[in-house]
Design a protein around this ligand. Structure first.
Ligand code: MLT
Length: 271
């Protein structure tokens, strides 16, 4: 895997690439970095050029000065992804794969750069905006995290991120997810939460996303539920729904073999 660092939109964005062939961009979720995709990077780099950026503030990427206080709109993260692709001189349309917050970013990228998109993969994500209550919870976290640190985020998120069986019987996955959240910077978390709280509701636009689309969800996902994701697949003109067994929200870590199989079959179909 090669590491690149690019100056993009006033920040330093780190990106990892592996393999050759059709470009496929993996956009990670909140509050993680590209390492959440390691099983998929390993599997997909045999058939694609995998491009896995760290979103600003996460992993090896820096945050802009005002990001923590003002928040980062999903369109800004999408512009950073576009900047990475420019720097890598990727000119052909890409397969975009977004996990959860990465999916919110994917919608914005596809709306802004439709000519740059070949196909979409939506993993455990949503098209709806937050309820007022959920948005208020995010702002509360953003306002308090500088003093509380990340531990309340670990305690609040982990039970929702993983399936019951994972929580009870797979301590290594619980530990991995806890460690990934503990690695995230409080400022990056505040910035994302403010941006997600005001993100666009794209449900009414799904009919315009005409690309071949794979909609993938863990059978026990309580954040972006199978019911909600099936509705996304139904609203997309070329949406294909795929449920991943034995997984909650963190499908990519809880059942990587099933995720990789679904992704490889989809990539084979669209390339
Ligand atoms: C994620 O995994 O990216 C988050 O659950 C997204 C969110 O908080 O809505």
């Amino acid at each position: 895997m090669a590491e690149h660092v690019f100056s993009v939109n006033g920040t330093q964005v780190t990106c990892h690439t592996a393999g050759a062939g059709s470009p496929l961009v993996l956009i990670h979720g909140f509050p993680f970095d590209h390492t959440m995709w390691q099983p998929q990077i390993d599997a997909l780099s045999s058939v694609c050029q995998v491009i896995a950026p760290d979103l600003r503030g996460y992993g090896g990427s820096t945050l802009g000065d005002a990001d923590a206080s003002e928040g980062i709109d999903m369109a800004i993260y999408a512009a950073d992804v576009a900047g990475v692709l420019d720097n890598l001189q990727v000119s052909e349309p890409v397969i975009l794969c977004g996990f959860s917050m990465g999916g919110y970013i994917l919608w914005q990228y596809a709306l802004k750069h439709p000519e740059q998109v070949k196909a979409l993969i939506l993993c455990d994500t949503r098209a709806a905006a937050d309820s007022a209550e959920a948005a208020a919870g995010r702002i509360k976290m953003a306002d308090s995290i500088a003093t509380t640190g990340v531990e309340p985020v670990v305690e609040g998120m982990v039970p929702k991120l993983l399936a019951t069986d994972t929580l009870e019987n797979r301590p290594e996955i619980v530990a991995t997810v806890q460690a990934m959240i503990r690695d995230a910077s409080p400022a990056a978390i505040a910035a994302s939460q403010r941006g997600m709280a005001r993100r666009e509701d794209v449900q009414g636009k799904l009919g315009t996303f005409e690309w071949p689309s794979l909609v993938l969800v863990g059978a026990e996902d309580v954040i972006s539920t199978p019911e909600e994701m099936r509705a996304i697949a139904d609203a997309l003109p070329n949406g294909q729904f795929h449920e991943i067994a034995s997984a909650g929200h963190m499908t990519v870590l809880e059942n990587p073999a099933a995720v990789d199989e679904a992704l490889l079959a989809f990539v084979d179909r669209v390339t």
